[in-house]
Design a protein around this ligand. Structure first.
Ligand SMILES: [Zn+2]
Length: 244
């Protein structure tokens, strides 16, 4: 009986260690995926920003073209003015010139405002591009480190799990099934050692009779609260010393 319990306790130790690597193995890819999601989101924002800036640049060149056209109209009106035959014609030309000049002035004010806005946007885009490239290289480094850590953890996990099958063969099938069932319900830990009269799995204080029973290692006792199979480290050490 004690031999079976010793085997189960060793399995529990193996599983607890494997669980640590498994948790890390699950968390690392999730973290990298989140980071890569950030990169994608930022890249989309950046391309929207570039798109807006290109639109503003196009608007500016349209305004430049309009100004050139107005300049041509101005030159035409001026030469018309030079050819004016009387005061009436000269007045008409003068009014035309005034209108063109006013329109040009309005256009120029608009153009300055637009130019300022474009400069601001370009500055913000440059800042965001820099931030983006920093994030990108940070994520690339993180991914590299994560891949290395994953490889390391996989090796560790395999090493940890070595010998589990041999131990599992020593435990009665129904006990092992019960252990596995508790394990899936209780954060991956199906057995717990008694520590200072308490269950080390859920910390409930156990009755002295229960503690004594477990230390005798005569059957598979479960914790009344968390249902984990209980064992005594002292009993296992004693058994192993006697065995050696
Ligand atoms: Zn417990």
């Amino acid at each position: 009986m004690i031999e079976q319990l010793v085997a189960l306790a060793k399995i529990a130790d193996i599983d607890a260690e494997a669980l640590r690597t498994e948790t890390e193995l699950r968390d690392i890819p999730a973290r990298i995926e989140a980071l890569q999601g950030d990169v994608k989101k930022l890249s989309e924002l950046l391309s929207a920003e570039k798109h807006d800036l290109a639109d503003a640049d196009r608007l500016l060149s349209a305004q430049d073209e309009e100004l050139q056209n107005q300049n041509q109209s101005l030159a035409k009106s001026k030469s018309k003015g030079a050819r004016a035959k009387n005061m009436r014609e000269a007045d008409a030309v003068e009014r035309e010139l005034e209108t063109i000049r006013r329109l040009m002035k309005e256009r120029e004010v608009e153009r300055e405002t637009l130019k300022e806005a474009i400069a601001k946007r370009r500055q913000s885009l440059e800042k965001h591009e820099k931030e983006f490239s920093e994030l990108e290289s940070y994520v690339a480094t993180e991914k590299q480190q994560a891949d290395a850590r994953i490889a390391e953890l996989q090796v560790t996990r395999e090493r940890v799990l070595q010998g589990r099958a041999v131990l599992a063969a020593k435990v009665p099938g129904d006990v092992l099934r019960r252990y596995d069932m508790i394990r899936t319900k209780r954060q991956g830990l199906g057995a717990a050692a008694i520590k200072e009269g308490s269950c080390s799995g859920c910390f409930v204080v156990l009755t002295p009779q229960l503690v004594i029973g477990v230390s005798r290692a005569e059957d598979f006792t479960q914790c009344p609260r968390c249902q984990r199979i209980l064992y005594s480290r002292e009993a296992i050490t004693k058994f192993e010393q006697k065995d050696a």
